[in-house]
Design a protein around this ligand. Structure first.
Ligand SMILES: *Cc1c(COP(=O)(O)O)cnc(C)c1O
Length: 365
């Protein structure tokens, strides 16, 4: 099947694997969307047909992620990176500070961007140990006067993930969930805001999901450009300007696929089973493979590991490539290897990787 369909085992970190069924459905609807005689890409974003796609995607998000009624669900552009700027622009007022929990490269970027807007500080950091774990809840210190506390739920580059979130009381907790949104159930009501670029777990790049508690919008900074205000997008149902309509269509189809898988609980179970295969290959290797993350902080989405030396890693990546594996090289800032096993990566691909790792070890030990 693999060769006849020209498929690969796609472990890319992002953009990353999409469900094959979704790609095939999109292909079948690409030229003539629901007998309209045109593609969804060619339609007005004010048309009834597009609006249904748009609203369906939002409804599916609400239902799959159990988003309470008092939250807005926005579909934005500019990736998580634009959110790094929009969050402090909207919520960091001059009388307050914002605190950032530092757990990797993306929290670094979020903090740097916020620094250009207002006063920020670190609520905790594991930089000293090269981000091989996330801070424990005890290590996280914030102030009750903070504008918000920012957290990165899953650290895509280092392969760590929070298993529990701090309870920040009246201070809104804002989470970048770009690389683990909808990979597991989360109590959304713990958060003031959750955001994610779509290209890891939700669809193609170009769409950014933002889930924001409504009362935060009312108290947000009003003296910023219209397009950068969350309230603008909220009061226009994310149709203030032309949305990335094809990406939102794909988002809706990925969410429908998740429903067909049995919903979030089922997807989370699959993700646990998938990651376990690869972590087992590491843990049972007698040190041939070493994981970067400490066990309690391990990510189910991004599995980072090293081999004895760079020469052997090069060999591993080369042979993996020849065997049909894509995207196993670690991020350029960390090196080593990384397997990203997002929602759409099939269990069989993780089985194949486990087997490949065992065979490679047997050959080169
Ligand atoms: C990929 C990623 C980003 C960057 O997303 P863009 O859409 O490229 O801006 C930010 N945060 C996390 C945790 C990521 O994994």
């Amino acid at each position: 099947m693999l060769s006849s369909q020209k498929s690969v085992y796609n472990f890319n970190a992002g953009p990353s694997a999409l469900p094959r069924e979704v790609l095939e459905k999109a292909q079948s609807e690409l030229v003539d969307f629901k007998d309209s005689g045109m593609s969804i890409m060619e339609m007005s974003h004010r048309s009834a047909a597009y609006e249904e796609v748009h609203n369906q995607a939002i409804l599916r998000l609400r239902s799959l992620f159990s988003i309470p009624e008092n939250y807005e669900v926005l579909l934005l552009q500019g990736g998580a990176s634009l959110q790094f700027a929009m969050i402090p622009m909207n919520f960091l007022t001059s009388a307050k500070k914002a605190s950032y929990i530092m757990s990797g490269a993306w929290s670094d970027k979020a903090l740097k961007e916020a620094k250009t807007i207002g006063e920020v500080y670190e609520a905790a950091s594991t930089k000293e140990v090269n981000y091989n774990r996330v801070p424990t809840l005890d290590e996280i210190k914030w102030d009750e006067n903070d504008a918000y506390v920012h957290i990165t739920s899953n650290n895509t580059i280092f392969g760590t993930q929070f298993q529990e979130f701090p309870t920040t009381g009246a201070v809104p907790l804002i989470a970048d969930m770009s690389s683990d949104i909808l990979s597991r159930p989360v109590d959304v009501s713990k958060f003031g805001m959750i955001y994610a670029g779509a290209q890891k777990n939700l669809g193609p790049s170009g769409v950014t999901v933002a889930i924001i508690r409504k009362d935060l919008l009312e108290n947000a900074n009003a003296s910023i450009p219209t397009i950068l205000k969350y309230s603008t997008h909220a009061s226009n149902n994310s149709l203030y300007n032309t949305p990335p309509s094809f990406g939102i269509y794909m988002l809706g189809e990925v969410l429908a696929w998740m429903e067909e898988q049995g919903g979030l609980e089922k997807v989370a179970q699959n993700n646990e089973a998938k990651a376990k295969l690869i972590y087992d290959a590491i843990d049972n290797s007698n040190g041939f493979y070493t994981g970067h993350a400490e066990k309690e902080s391990r990510s189910l989405m991004n599995i980072t590991f090293r081999l004895a030396d760079e020469q052997l890693e090069k060999q591993f990546l080369q042979e993996a490539k020849e065997a049909g594996f894509v995207g196993l090289n670690g991020h350029r800032s960390v090196g080593g290897c990384r397997a990203s096993a997002y929602n759409a990566v099939p269990f069989t691909a993780c089985q194949a990787l486990q087997q490949f790792m065992e065979e490679f070890q047997a050959k080169h030990q």
